[in-house]
Ligand binder design. Structure first.
Ligand code: AMP
Length: 179
């Protein structure tokens, strides 16, 4: 059976046991190297946006690539969500749980005007921990976040379902089974 976007899925390279045993790393660098594949990825993501949006928020680091490319045809600005300690201005931050311990992401406190509509973008959703923290952060700043886009979904890890539970529409171009 063929699925929509199988042509783009075929451009992803899978590297087993990276960064640790048992993880199938879905490597987007091979898709990025393909000029036509990259253009089609952005075109199809843009077509799935429920517009208009004021800002596209990208999650460090791979999310930046897709957020910036997508913001141009959407006529939107780009908002950076970074690892804590990287942004030079005054920031607000949000913690989220990892398998072992916690991590923290941050954004400039004045990056958005309360009420602006923000599309959140990342390359891949797994457990959803990162994206859910990003949504909490954007909402804390006053942003209206009702849609999130990923290139890749790993549905077995339940992240997309958890995000739907947070009241956002989740779109991804294609999915891989397993973790
Ligand atoms: P999560 O917070 O569990 O949804 O993890 C999402 C983040 O981890 C994304 O920014 C991905 O880039 C990265 N990630 C998680 N699992 C994988 C995987 N199997 N292959 C590539 N990247 C992954």
């Amino acid at each position: 059976m063929t699925h929509a976007n199988d042509d783009l899925k075929a451009l992803i390279r899978t590297i087993p046991d990276f960064p640790k045993p048992g993880i199938m790393f879905r490597d987007i660098t091979t898709l990025l190297l393909d000029a036509q594949g990259l253009a089609e990825t952005i075109r199809r993501m843009a077509a799935a946006v429920d517009g208009p949006v004021d800002l596209v928020a990208g999650i460090e680091a791979r999310g930046f690539l897709f957020a910036a490319a997508l913001a141009v045809p959407l006529n939107a600005g780009v908002l950076l969500i970074r690892k804590d300690g990287k942004l030079p201005g005054v920031t607000i931050a949000e913690d989220y749980a990892l398998e072992y311990g916690t991590d923290r992401i941050a954004m400039h406190e004045d990056a958005l005007v309360p009420g602006q509509r923000v599309l959140l973008v990342d390359d891949l959703i797994a457990t959803g921990g990162t994206a859910r923290a990003a949504i909490r952060l954007l909402r804390k700043a006053g942003g209206v976040v009702d849609q999130v886009q990923f290139v890749i979904d790993l549905p077995d890890l339940g992240g997309a379902a958890a995000l739907e539970g947070d009241g956002v529409k989740v779109t991804s171009l294609f999915a891989f089974e397993g973790r």
